[in-house]
Unconditional design. Structure first.
Length: 293
């Protein structure tokens, strides 16, 4: 099967402050194994013989003032290796006017989107944004609306309980495609928690300018659980339709608990009941359309 990996990272340790110094607990647990270089050559070794033909690099939280340096470095990697095929960079979308920073990134031909993580949770280990409502703030709405002029997507990273402010953003920017990160990051995996996730994410699925990235499902389990992957993928496909779902590996984060071939195998098994066309959409066609690759 031909696959597009719509979400991965490569990095140099020296460029990532969050990888330096003592290990601090994070959403994905202990990460000492990641406190090293993860270059494109290792990524290509990881994906060998898995069917991956194209990939999208999504920003890896370099120091905020290095947002151009990150895209410039990844662009040079792509020039040398042919990978990745598209980039979603970072710009602070909470500032009053982000146009100058967006313009600076527009000089790089592989740019296809922006990710500013805005997920907020009562558990401080799961928290990134300063509050749950920032995703629907006036500044964020104004800046995200500007992405339409660049033909860039917005990588929407929120928890399901943030759907109301997220809808304010999505509805205010109908000409922007939103890529819901990790299918809304289902973290409460109780029966009640799963039901609440589905009810809330269904509201985002009603918006035609939102697509869902099926990825990162090992984050809260800290393992590659094929049964959990199957549940998450099939529920997301039910909500959005296969033509609005796209696969992402979230590598090397998921490398903390699995290898790439095992991860792809879990996702392939998850979609085995879908039609050939639906499987092709999830693994390739949606990502090619959304990221124009």
């Amino acid at each position: 099967m031909r696959i597009v990996d719509a979400h991965h990272h490569i990095w140099r340790r020296a460029d990532l402050p969050w990888l330096l110094g003592p290990t601090v607990p994070r959403i994905f647990g202990a990460y000492d194994a990641l406190k090293r270089d993860y270059p494109i050559d290792e990524y290509l070794e990881d994906i060998a013989q898995t069917g991956v033909e194209k990939s999208v690099y999504v920003q890896a939280n370099w120091a905020p003032n290095w947002f151009v340096d990150e895209v410039a470095w990844v662009s040079r990697v792509a020039e040398r290796s042919g990978w990745p095929h598209a980039i979603s960079g970072y710009v602070d979308m909470t500032r009053d006017d982000a146009r100058r920073d967006l313009d600076r990134l527009s000089d790089y031909p592989l740019m296809r989107g922006i990710r500013h993580q805005m997920h907020h949770h009562s558990n401080p280990l799961y928290r990134f944004a300063s509050d749950a409502q920032v995703v629907g703030s006036d500044a964020v709405i104004a800046n995200v609306r500007r992405l339409a002029g660049y033909e860039w997507v917005f990588e929407l990273q929120v928890f399901a309980h943030q759907v109301d402010p997220a809808l304010s953003l999505v509805d205010a920017a109908p000409d922007v495609t939103f890529v819901l990160q990790h299918a809304g990051m289902p973290e409460d995996l109780s029966v009640e928690g799963k039901a609440a996730w589905k009810t809330r994410i269904a509201q985002l699925a009603e918006r035609p300018n939102v697509v869902a990235k099926v990825s990162g499902f090992g984050t809260f389990l800290r393992c590659n659980d094929p049964d959990h992957v199957r549940w998450a993928v099939l529920e997301t496909v039910e909500l959005f339709g296969a033509e609005r779902c796209l696969f992402g590996s979230n590598f090397p984060i998921e490398k903390l608990w699995t290898d790439y071939a095992s991860l792809v195998s879990a996702f392939k098994d998850a979609v085995e009941t879908l039609s050939k066309g639906e499987r092709a959409a999830v693994f390739r066609a949606t990502a090619e359309r959304v990221y124009r690759i």
